[in-house]
Ligand binder design. Structure first.
Ligand code: F6R
Length: 366
């Protein structure tokens, strides 16, 4: 079996992703450390926290929203566009996240929010974002440079948690994070390269979906992990994937499945031990219909932890390994993202927006 053969891991790009995956979880605490000395002045009467960012950086807000769902009093919203959300009042706190610091969408929405007088802080490894923030006096957490943006998620997440926890907008301690990371490391070990396919859920899942379009079904606090898996399959394995949430799909999606699509579509269910009885029953029922009646391949990733943070981190790391294994099965390059780059550089109005900002703030456009 390809995934159990050491030669499958010899391609330099596979080795590089694997190296970043193996140290991924350590990024949380490193990110928290990077934010230690950044304490933006945030008014205490804010009524929402709005994350700006797209792609690998945008997922930071989605994950944090799920991680802190039961540990905060304010909503966390995620906005992924060139323009600041029209619904914002001055009572929102803006968190602009761009790993490269050169993403037009995030920069232009951040500048619009700043112009509207909204309290803002940023998380980046450098680029224009760092320069513009310096000019505008926006506090910045600078995380370690040199990673793939999508693999720097733990760094950026740790940074965001650190700032929001010290401003008492979320109730989460470093110790809680540390113990969740230790448990997630055990989950990671269970899907490592040396674990054979028959006892390795990440290899098994990748093997079920790699030559199909993956439909991911997720619920509750694993919704952001479902979206993370979709993005990682897109970018690392160069395959199409869709993330859908329960219970909504019980009212539409389920009607669309038929035996004719079983050859080209496969399902991944993200599940956790403590899921509500109604969700458990719904997913079990969906599995029976899809697998037994329609012949669709269904694989399941079950997160075994006792807390929401542990489940989210463990499921995320397992899903990241799924994307690596799917890339290997497809012979895809899990590092290069040439089309994303060609979109950035080929959409001329995107380039012009970036140049305008560079001119306005007298910084060098990248
Ligand atoms: C590339 C990746 C992308 C980027 C996205 C936005 O590894 O994950 O999804 O995250 O193109 O770029 P940044 O994160 O630099 O703002």
């Amino acid at each position: 079996m390809k995934l159990d053969t050491p030669e499958s891991y010899e391609r330099p790009e596979v080795r590089e992703l694997l190296a970043q995956l193996r140290t991924e979880l350590d990024g949380f605490l490193e990110g928290m450390m990077s934010a230690k000395n950044v304490s933006p002045k945030i008014p205490h009467d804010i009524n929402s926290i709005v994350f700006l960012g797209v792609g690998g950086s945008g997922i930071v807000g989605d994950l944090l929203s799920d991680i802190t769902a039961k540990r905060r009093d304010l909503p966390i919203l995620c906005h992924k566009d060139y323009f600041r959300p029209p619904y914002l009042t001055r009572d929102a706190l803006i968190v602009a996240v761009s790993y490269s610091g050169n993403t037009t969408e995030t920069l232009s929405a951040m500048v619009e929010a700043y112009d509207a007088g909204l309290p803002t802080f940023a998380i980046t490894s450098g680029g224009l974002m760092k320069e513009i923030c310096k000019k505008l006096g926006i506090p910045v957490v600078e995380v370690r440079a040199g990673l793939l943006p999508r693999m720097a998620v733990p760094h950026m997440l740790g940074a965001a948690v650190s700032v929001l926890a010290s401003a008492e907008f979320v109730r989460i301690t470093t110790d809680e994070f540390k113990s969740a990371i230790e448990e997630a490391k055990r989950a990671q070990e269970s899907v490592e390269v040396h674990k054979p396919l028959e006892s390795n859920v990440a290899k098994y899942t990748a093997n079920c979906i790699y030559n199909k379009i993956a439909f991911i079904y997720s619920h509750g606090y694993l919704s952001s992990v479902g979206y993370r898996l979709k993005c990682q399959l897109n970018e690392n394995a160069k395959m199409l994937a869709v993330n859908q949430g329960l219970p909504e799909v019980l009212h539409n999606d389920i009607e669309g499945w038929n035996p004719a699509v079983a050859n080209c579509l496969a399902v991944v269910m993200l599940r956790y031990k403590s899921e509500h009885m109604v969700i458990r029953e719904a997913l079990d029922r969906m599995e029976t219909i899809l697998k037994d009646r329609l012949g669709v391949a269904v694989s399941k990733i079950v997160s075994e932890g006792d807390s929401d943070i542990t489940n989210i981190l463990s499921a995320m790391v397992i899903c990241d390994y799924v994307s690596l294994y799917a890339a290997i099965m497809r012979g895809a390059d899990p590092i290069r993202v040439d089309r994303i780059r060609s979109m950035r550089e080929g959409i001329m109005s995107n380039v012009r927006l970036l140049e305008q900002m560079a001119r306005r703030f007298k910084v060098e456009s990248k």
